[in-house]
Design a protein around this ligand. Structure first.
Ligand code: SF4
Length: 234
């Protein structure tokens, strides 16, 4: 069966399933080969709760770029404690970071899109590849309404750059639906969300947004280009 046929079949099968049902089925279909990347955002916290509450055999991991907010790392620790689970943390390689900082400076990502992409590549993209290697399914917390760039996404997608099937269980969740779920289940979340931060990444590259601004407007706000870091190239 071709990869495209495989994806289409999975898409049809998962179409009518809830996020909880879909996560349960994907763990069953691909035992030991399913991983979930969390950045500790609200969407990701919902998925962590869904995985933990059903005791699913899905490895949860996070990328510590070395430039995260302390609030994010604190949330990681609180989440592990609350759900009695371990979030595996991947780091960039020391030599790559040293070379990068030698070349562009400690905050060189502000100076050009090229520098910024180099930094994201070293601190995020390469560790992500290591985390995904050898697995069949990559679960993400992407929602279609997060930005125009994500509006044509599918529940099941082929990720060409990482050669893996991506499953987006919250694809059709609205923001309000997500917040209601977080409140109902008392899911821990980043306190920065209460200060106007919506999409939270590295501290120097994230700012709060104003009411009505695109959810991704607070990421790399000094750039005009699409607000993606290379993790979810589509
Ligand atoms: Fe570097 Fe900013 Fe990308 Fe983080 S978000 S990896 S600090 S450029």
């Amino acid at each position: 069966m071709s990869q495209q046929q495989n994806i289409s079949d999975l898409e049809a099968r998962f179409q009518s399933l809830s996020a909880a049902e879909g996560l349960e089925l994907i763990a069953e279909l691909f035992p030991g080969k399913v991983v979930f990347s969390t950045s500790l955002g609200q969407e990701d916290q919902v998925i962590t709760q869904l995985i933990a509450s059903q005791n699913l055999s899905i490895q949860i991991f996070s990328l510590d770029t070395g430039r995260l907010f302390p609030e994010t790392l604190d949330l990681l620790s609180r989440t592990e404690a609350k759900y009695k689970t371990q979030i595996k943390v991947y780091y960039p390689t020391t030599s790559s970071v040293e070379n990068l900082v030698s070349e562009i400076g400690i905050n060189g990502f502000y100076e050009s899109v090229e520098n910024r992409k180099s930094c994201c590549s070293v601190r995020k993209v390469e560790p992500l590849k290591r985390a995904l290697a050898g697995n069949d399914i990559w679960i993400t917390g992407l929602r279609a309404e997060q930005s125009a760039n994500r509006s044509d996404m599918k529940r099941i997608e082929w990720d060409e750059s990482n050669q893996i099937i991506k499953y987006n269980p919250l694809m059709d969740w609205s923001f309000d639906q997500m917040i209601a779920y977080i409140n109902e289940h008392r899911i821990p979340y980043n306190p920065l969300h209460d200060q106007g931060f919506v999409s939270i990444g590295c501290a120097p590259c994230t700012r709060a947004i104003l009411p009505g601004e695109d959810a991704r407007a607070g990421r790399w706000w000094w750039e005009e280009s699409k607000k993606e870091c290379g993790l979810h190239s589509r």
